[in-house]
Design a protein around this ligand. Structure first.
Ligand SMILES: NC(=O)c1ccc[n+]([C@@H]2O[C@H](COP(=O)([O-])OP(=O)(O)OC[C@H]3O[C@@H](n4cnc5c(N)ncnc54)[C@H](OP(=O)(O)O)[C@@H]3O)[C@@H](O)[C@H]2O)c1
Length: 257
């Protein structure tokens, strides 16, 4: 049964990886889409692709989730256009660097905290009250196994994903008595642009992350997100933890030679 058809979904970070795969999958299931990220050309290209595939052009919005005023303005503009968000996929996120805490870069820390925690809060604060007012909606946050177990040099990135887990649990308590659901989908290793961003474009170093392993791909996680969203209204999957079969914890990985 498809419970997603006809719903309106806002996806942050829709220009790459999991967010982009999610846009394709939700469009294929008949959702109306609102896509947000910073790279305007990629948003336009994806919108054109989805229009030619499905006959409906998504709304796209150039947005940096760290910019609280811009996020609030965006939400107000959606109201003006009569667009009510049924599904929010809080996907925009990143890691920067891999250092011992004592050697960490303040700039990397700020970028991760501002995007993964404060950016997610900015978008949630703007959209969630509108869902509560309609007593309907579902928020899916992209957590990580890094929010369940820390790994060497993962310190601040892990802390941001622990925060996503805590916020998902806390919001569910605050939402009790409403029909609004919140979930987190928490992947292990997914081959996207994630490691390229972490290592600032160093393809060789990014490649070593996935060496000798069949990682998850973005479409796997889009499948999981759609499963969570498609659950009947009385079912709230609070956390879904997903890893490649060759990975059983952040650093227990069976690599082939
Ligand atoms: N890949 C993994 O192994 C893995 C594992 C666990 C969890 N995750 C989580 O999954 C989510 C998606 O990651 P991914 O693997 O798909 O990485 P990705 O391929 O690098 O995609 C990240 C997306 O986030 C967007 N983004 C980053 N900063 C943003 C900002 N300030 N404002 C708006 N959009 C922003 C990027 O778009 P623009 O640059 O165009 O803004 C891009 O579309 C992240 O939250 C990540 O932490 C990933």
């Amino acid at each position: 049964m498809n419970r997603i058809r006809g719903k309106t979904a806002l996806i942050t970070g829709a220009t790459a990886g999991i967010g982009e795969a999610c846009a394709r999958q939700l469009a294929a299931m008949g959702a109306h889409l609102v896509l947000a990220a910073r790279r305007r050309e990629r948003l336009a290209a994806l919108a054109a692709e989805l229009r030619s595939e499905h006959g409906e052009e998504p709304l796209v919005h150039e947005l940096d989730v760290r910019d609280r005023a811009a996020v609030n303005d965006f939400a107000a503009r959606l109201d003006e256009r009569g667009v009510a968000i049924d599904i929010l996929v809080n996907n925009a996120g990143l890691s920067r660097g891999l250092d011992d805490l004592q050697d960490g870069s303040h700039q990397d820390w700020d970028e991760m905290i501002d995007t993964n925690i404060k950016g997610l809060l900015n978008v949630t604060r703007a959209i969630l009250p509108r869902m509560i007012a309609r007593d309907s909606g579902h928020v899916v946050n992209l957590g990580s196994i890094a929010g369940h177990m820390v790994y060497p040099k993962g310190n601040v990135y892990c802390a941001t994903k622990y925060a996503v887990k805590a916020l998902t649990q806390a919001a569910n308590i605050d939402l009790v008595g409403t029909r609004v659901r919140m979930s987190s989908v928490d992947p292990g290793m997914v081959e996207t642009e994630f490691s390229l961003v972490r290592f600032r474009g160093d393809e060789d170093r990014a490649g070593t992350v996935y060496a000798g392993v069949q990682p998850l791909i973005a479409e796997d996680i889009a499948d999981n997100i759609c499963y969570v969203l498609n659950a009947p209204p009385h079912v709230n999957i609070q956390h879904m933890v997903v890893m490649p079969t060759q990975q059983r914890s952040p650093y227990v990985i069976a690599r082939e030679e």
